[in-house]
Design a protein around this ligand. Structure first.
Ligand SMILES: [Mn+2]
Length: 402
């Protein structure tokens, strides 16, 4: 059995710190087409998408359409199971809104733990799927069976809500212990392969550079020794660098670098393909973005940018001197039209001293938090009117929430 693993699509994303507001939509569209082609060429039996489908709770409509279209293509008219969980960037209810249609097309979305995955069993020519709580069991006509334990990202508050009255939950348990209790329940199915799918920051994992901090109760990471040995494979989303944590735990990484630091850390992006057989598996990765397609160049002056060789890919330019020539800038913008992710002057576009990494956000005022966030997203200071409107809306929301 062959499974394609991907995660962290972040559809609807605008490249961070890009003063030119570079939307990644066009890139995403091409990459997802490539992923569909890889799934078909490799003849994979199932596809798993491990969270952060969208970049925000309210993604643009074009991002939603792209997601829906891609799901339909991946599912091969309901003959290939496609499994989706929500990540910390996804609105669980937003993802769940297509469930009434998707579950009748062999597309299985798990948006919150504790909610039943399927409202009814699903049968196609190729496979039979049924669920029990967070467990999804798939039996192929070849006789091979796989059970997934799907653990979508969930905040501690939401976790406590979805399990109020659940005897497993001792309120005094830490978040790490609660997740461990959940995944330690025995599978109600019989299967050849048992796979855990989640969206979490595993201990020892390496950050790509644009992941939003996950606070798991009092800790930032999930201790991987808590994962029961019964799982032969663990498929994770959240970390944007493709990596293997130990012999059975894998992150496929994001499908595109989303800020300067991620380009510097790992410009190449891929999906992972697992071939499962009796007593083991093999994995190989297939590139969806080559390492030389996206680059950051650091220059002394804007004039140097005009002499740069054009590689045909995307470029982020950091100019060390301040902007002196408006004409030079327009010429650079013209030269790289459609492929200039951003350009900074007088400093690097990369926040070497990660503001949020060094300061406890809870000690900041709403104004400072918003200003920092805005600078991070757009590379410039918000104007006073925007800050005022933001604070006004924030107060309204707080008052409504009572
Ligand atoms: Mn992510």
């Amino acid at each position: 059995m062959k499974i394609l693993l991907t995660a962290d699509w972040h559809l609807g994303k605008v490249f961070e710190q890009s003063q030119v507001n570079f939307s990644l939509y066009g890139e995403h569209e091409r990459i997802l087409e490539r992923i569909v082609k890889i799934a078909d060429d490799e003849k994979v039996d199932a596809v798993v998408i491990a969270g952060d489908i969208f970049d925000s709770y309210n993604p643009p409509n074009e991002a939603r359409s792209l997601f829906n279209r891609t799901l339909v293509e991946l599912s091969q008219a309901g003959e290939r199971p496609v499994i989706v969980i929500s990540g910390n960037h996804d609105s669980p209810e937003g993802l769940a809104s297509i469930k009434p249609f998707s579950e009748r097309s062999g597309i299985f979305i798990h948006h919150l733990p504790g909610v039943e995955i399927l409202s009814q069993d699903y049968r196609s020519k190729n496979f039979y799927a049924r669920s029990s709580g967070n467990w999804l069991n798939i039996e192929f006509v070849t006789g091979e069976t796989v059970t997934f334990y799907l653990l979508p990202y969930v905040s501690e508050t939401r976790l406590n809500e979805s399990f109020s009255g659940y005897t497993l939950f001792d309120k005094a348990l830490s978040y790490n212990e609660k997740l461990q209790a959940l995944i330690s329940e025995p599978s109600p199915f019989e299967q050849d392969h048992l796979i855990l799918v989640s969206h979490i920051f595993a201990e020892k994992g390496i950050l790509g550079g644009s992941e939003k901090t996950l606070i798991l109760g009092s800790s930032f990471t999930f201790e991987v020794e808590r994962i029961p040995k019964d799982f032969s494979l663990v498929f994770l989303g959240h970390l944007h660098m493709q990596q293997q944590i130990d012999e059975r735990i894998f992150y496929p990484g994001s499908i595109f670098p989303m800020n300067v630091r991620e380009i510097k850390n790992s410009p190449a992006k891929s999906v992972s393909i697992f071939e499962l057989h009796d007593g083991g598996f093999e994995r190989h990765i297939v590139e969806v973005v080559p390492g030389d397609y996206v680059r950051v160049v650091s220059l002394e002056t804007i004039e140097e940018a005009l002499r740069l060789e054009d590689s045909g890919g995307l470029i982020f330019i950091e100019v060390k001197s301040p902007l002196t020539s408006q004409t030079g800038l327009s010429e650079v913008v013209r030269k790289f039209r459609g492929r200039l992710l951003g350009i900074t002057f007088g400093s690097t576009g990369d926040f070497e001293d990660d503001y949020f990494g060094q300061i406890d956000p809870s000690t900041l005022t709403d104004r400072d938090l918003f200003t920092e966030f805005f600078k991070r997203q757009t590379g410039k200071e918000p104007d006073e009117e925007l800050v005022r409107i933001f604070l006004e809306i924030l107060n309204e929301v707080r008052n409504e929430a009572g």
